[in-house]
Design a protein around this ligand. Structure first.
Ligand SMILES: Cc1cc2nc3c(=O)[nH]c(=O)nc-3n(C[C@H](O)[C@H](O)[C@H](O)COP(=O)(O)OP(=O)(O)OC[C@H]3O[C@@H](n4cnc5c(N)ncnc54)[C@H](O)[C@@H]3O)c2cc1C
Length: 475
């Protein structure tokens, strides 16, 4: 939707010339910067930003990062009439990712089925002793887990943001100039990679607010002092399989647990259009990641034999939310905020959801008050986010601590994955992103079975570790 003038006050569409400048594109770079800086503090501008009546011009927001979080934020902002600038350093790149999304995301984010590479209807979880639990027996009829390639999903979401009116800016954000006063603009400094000239050019964008959607190594978070978080490292190989082996993974995904594939996470084989994505992750043993990757390849063994690696990729995954997710008029979303669940490593849906919530909150506050404020973003975005998802994140955190610590816990986890009650509740929670209502009697029985599994498996787990040690001695 195009931004509209309000209350009969004059409105001049201001992109790109009034907000983006390229200091290297003419010889008066310093003058331009000085003029821009002066302009930022000019009374005329202040009168626009400060206005507590309805806004006379659209809100200007820089969304840094064009993954699911950034694209969704930009789409929400533009749809609400804001000027959204979506800055992405690598528009043709592919984020390293397993690409599994919950079913509800297709509807909620209107993602066409045609973008889905594979619809996984069978999910197998394999224990350290290679016992397999068919985790998909309780998958409701017609349900599936969509698997996509991120380059496909991300470029679709970015195009849709552009269709809604967002301006796509190919460029690497290098720093921010923070405002002095509460209504002064932010300056976003970036190296544009989409200019006409042969070499990249330095440019500056002036905005009222910023959405940091730039992933786990967020530059925006660093610039505003949002604090650090622990990260895991995830490693993945895209392996093209011979037809027969690929047929095996037609609608099947596998998850492997065990100290050999990860001391604190799981390894996966996820099917994609013409290959499988095979990977693993860890926080505790980052320097060992390649050895763990060999572990998952060894466990999948003959099922991926004859395949050749077409791509190797790795990326950090946040372990918990950042200490500060909103600083001034800067809000972090997606991985930049730290929204990946432990235990499952899921982040795509949470990225898109947080981006959308944040964009909507900023646009609404601007529309109602003519300003965007830290308190408003906290109220409209952070509080709603925490109300909806904090419990899920804490629950999965607890599960990881209970079940991923050693092979005994992992054996118990796989045993429990075979339980239909567990499957039903997991799918409710994962596929539809809703916490299932408590079923006291069934839950109590489950607790009892879990305790039984933990005891049984601590014996089995020790035995598996002993056998593995023997195997290694003999090798
Ligand atoms: C190997 C691996 C497997 C995974 N598998 C799954 C899975 O199967 N399912 C799932 O739900 N989640 C998975 N995740 C997690 C998921 O990938 C992330 O949670 C999700 O990508 C977060 O989206 P985002 O938009 O917040 O950040 P990102 O997808 O990381 O996007 C950030 C964007 O910002 C851009 N950017 C960064 N810095 C700058 C800058 N300075 N200037 C301009 N642009 C910048 C980047 O190029 C990137 O496009 C996996 C992660 C990894 C590493």
């Amino acid at each position: 939707m195009a931004p509209r003038p309000q209350h009969g006050r004059s409105y001049t569409p201001s992109f790109p010339h009034s907000q983006i400048s390229n200091p290297q594109s003419h010889s008066f770079a310093k003058e331009t910067m000085a003029a821009m800086s002066a302009a930022c503090h000019s009374p005329a501008r202040l009168s626009i930003s400060c206005s507590s009546s309805l806004p006379a011009r659209p809100l200007r927001v820089a969304v840094v990062g064009g993954g699911p979080a950034g694209a969704s934020a930009a789409e929400a902002l533009a749809s609400a009439g804001a000027q959204a600038f979506l800055l992405e350093r690598s528009p043709t790149g592919a984020k390293p990712c397993g690409g599994a999304i919950p079913l509800c995301m297709l509807d909620e984010f209107s993602i066409p089925l045609g973008l889905v590479d594979r619809r996984v209807k069978r999910m197998r979880v394999l224990s350290p002793s290679n016992l397999a639990a068919d985790f998909s027996r309780a998958l409701p009829p017609g349900a599936h887990i969509p698997m996509l390639r991120r380059e496909v999903l991300d470029s679709f979401l970015r195009s849709r943001a552009a269709d809604a009116g967002a301006t796509l800016v190919p460029g690497l954000v290098t720093s921010l100039s923070l405002p002095v006063g509460p209504t002064d603009p932010y300056l976003v400094h970036y190296i544009s990679s989409g200019g006409d000239g042969p070499s990249p050019t330095r440019s500056v964008l002036e905005v009222d607010a910023i959405v940091g959607a730039d992933g786990a190594n967020s530059r925006v978070a660093r610039e505003v002092g949002a604090g650090d978080y622990t990260t895991a490292i995830a490693f993945q190989e895209r392996i093209r399989l011979p037809d027969k082996e690929m047929e095996y993974y037609d609608d099947l995904a596998e998850m492997y647990v065990g100290g050999d594939v990860s001391p604190d996470f799981y390894g996966w084989v996820f099917p994609k259009c013409d290959h499988v994505a095979v990977g693993t992750g860890t926080v505790a043993a980052k320097p060992e990641i390649k050895k763990l990757q060999s572990g998952i390849r060894a466990r999948a063994g003959p099922k991926i034999a004859g395949g050749h690696v077409i791509k190797v990729e790795a990326h950090p995954i946040p372990e918990h939310p950042r200490p500060r997710r909103v600083v001034g008029r800067v809000a972090l979303v997606g991985d930049a905020a730290g929204y990946v669940t432990r235990c499952s490593g899921e982040g795509i849906y949470f990225a898109a959801k947080s981006g959308r919530l944040c964009g909507q909150a900023m646009a609404k506050e601007w529309r109602l008050t003519g300003a965007v404020t830290e308190a408003g973003i906290r109220r409209g975005y952070l509080r709603r986010w925490d109300d909806e998802f904090l419990l899920t994140f804490r629950f999965l955190d607890l599960l990881q601590r209970v079940f991923y610590g050693d092979n005994a816990g992992r054996e118990a986890l796989v045993e429990m994955c075979a339980d239909e009650h567990v499957q039903r509740r997991t799918f409710d929670c994962y596929l539809h992103k809703r916490m299932a209502p408590p079923e006291p009697w069934a839950d109590l029985q489950l607790l009892w079975r879990t305790a039984g599994s933990m005891v049984r498996c601590s014996v089995l787990g020790k035995e598996v570790q002993r056998l593995r040690r023997l195997e290694m001695l003999q090798a």
